[in-house]
Design a protein around this ligand. Structure first.
Ligand code: UDX
Length: 441
């Protein structure tokens, strides 16, 4: 089995679509597998079902090269591939903090019975530590090739909006392997990425699983840390923006993920810290990461405090007040609204009787489907018409670039609540606006 492996990518959501497309562009023969025939049809037709800069062009390129195909058949995948990447989602359970492994288990049980020759199965999904070991047993039991099929873990760290770059030029690759053969196969499956000078850490399965949740927990903790400082700043009239800027210049701390504001959302950070805390409790080390519960609490409190600040700016009640909500996505340059602080706040203001109108450059379609009872507009200015307050919830560049003098012409009252510390406070104040942000005076 020397030489360049043929790859399959099982699950063509965010992670899988990106991985399949990038690997084909890098020169591999790739077969993407999904149980949803509609997804398979769209991808095969060159249509990327997610919002990700650069990905549509790369899909066209990959399809034209003839190296990328899609199927719904796991039997075909097993027949075709030497290395099988598991890229299905592991969302939060509806009624607990645990990760839902239904899709992952289904993918493995669909693939394994067809594995009749030596192959490597590589998990990329974010999972509770111990999952890889369990799945090794499942594969051994179900695969006709038995011990000739190995499982490895290769966690994925890609960020939405930078998914292509993060795949082609990651900070590091982590190979959780149980043998030299698996390590060699993984190196062969990432040859062009390694040739870019990407560092590799070879380790065991459990460590590889943990790296991902440890990284996301650290990032979430850093954000909640600065947001906890914002709460302290509020109490004493200090300025968390200046505090964060000062901390950031200490090279040991650094400024990334130290931006205070409305806090983190999205499909990863919130569910990953909850699943990690839950898993740690299950295996008897809950105390070690109990601080993650506080990280989560601090983060949730940001949303409530932002609502309170809007209420305060409006003189105590939002009832009947016109509120321009700028942003719906959980972060800029994304159309993703999973666990988004922006719509959480907008919807709460709406429930409290505010007349809320939402605008977002990319996430309006998703927002409309998820919150049909909210009202929406076509631009930052459109939703600000006659507004009593403008509330910035996602720091898109179009919002930063708004001229406060021009916006003053359309609003009823010059009041702005900056939930992301994205606007130039001095500039807005000079234009006659009451500028407010959490943790700033
Ligand atoms: C994250 C991880 O960064 C990535 O490595 C992992 O693979 C998946 O989860 P993503 O969810 O795409 O990626 O978004 P990210 O850029 O990390 O932002 C997460 C959230 O934190 C956003 O809601 C963002 O607004 C918020 N954030 C980020 C802050 O509030 N302050 C910061 O300083 C940075």
């Amino acid at each position: 089995d020397a030489g360049t492996p043929r790859l399959t990518v099982i699950g063509t959501g965010y992670l899988g679509a990106t991985h399949a497309i990038c690997m084909a562009v890098l020169g591999y023969e790739v077969l993407g597998v999904d149980t949803d025939p509609e997804k398979v049809r769209r991808l095969a037709a060159g249509d990327v079902p997610i919002f990700e800069p650069g990905l549509p062009e790369l899909l066209t390129k990959a399809l034209e090269s003839g190296r990328l195909r899609f199927t719904t058949s796991h039997a075909e995948a097993a027949e075709f591939g030497d290395v099988h990447f598991l890229c299905v989602g592991t969302p939060q359970m509806p009624d607990s903090d645990a990760a839902d492994l239904t899709y992952l288990d289904a993918a493995v049980t669909a693939l394994a019975p067809h594995l009749r020759r030596r192959a490597l199965v590589v998990g990329k999904s974010t999972v509770p530590v111990g999952t890889a070991q369990r799945l090794t047993g499942v594969i051994r039991e179900l695969a006709p090739a038995g011990d000739d099929v190995e499982l490895a873990w290769n966690p994925e760290f890609l960020r939405e909006g930078f998914a292509v770059d993060d795949t082609m030029r990651p900070d590091r690759l982590v190979f959780g392997v149980a043998s030299d053969w698996a390590d060699e196969r993984l190196r062969a499956a990432f040859r062009p990425v390694l040739d870019n000078g990407t560092p590799v850490i070879r380790t065991d399965l459990a460590t590889a699983e943990l790296v991902k949740v440890a990284a996301n927990s650290f990032l979430a903790t850093k954000i909640s840390y600065i947001n906890a400082m914002a709460e302290v700043c509020e109490a004493v009239g200090a300025d968390v923006k200046d505090l964060a800027d000062s901390l950031a210049l200490d090279e040991r701390i650094g400024g990334r993920f130290l931006r205070p504001g409305l806090g983190f959302g999205g499909g990863c950070l919130p569910k990953d810290i909850r699943a990690f805390a839950h898993r740690a409790e299950e295996i008897g080390v809950g105390q070690a990461v109990s601080f993650l519960r506080q990280v989560d609490d601090i983060n949730r409190r940001r949303r409530a405090r932002t609502v309170d600040l809007v209420r305060e700016v409006l003189g105590g009640s939002v009832q009947g007040k016109r509120i321009a909500a700028w942003g719906a996505a959980f972060k800029p340059n994304s159309d993703d609204i999973r666990d988004t602080p922006a719509l959480d706040v907008a919807h709460t203001l709406h429930r409290l009787g505010g007349d809320v109108r939402v605008y977002d450059p990319a996430a309006l379609g998703n927002a409309r489907r998820a919150f049909p009872d909210l009202r929406y507009g076509d631009s930052a200015f459109d939703v600000a018409e006659d507004a009593d307050v403008v509330v910035l919830l996602t720091e898109w560049a179009v919002f930063r670039e708004v001229e406060p003098e021009a916006l003053a012409e359309v609003v009823a009252h010059r009041r702005v609540v900056d939930g992301r510390h994205a606007l130039d406070a001095a500039r807005w104040r000079a234009a006659g606006w009451e500028y407010r942000a959490l943790g700033r005076n």
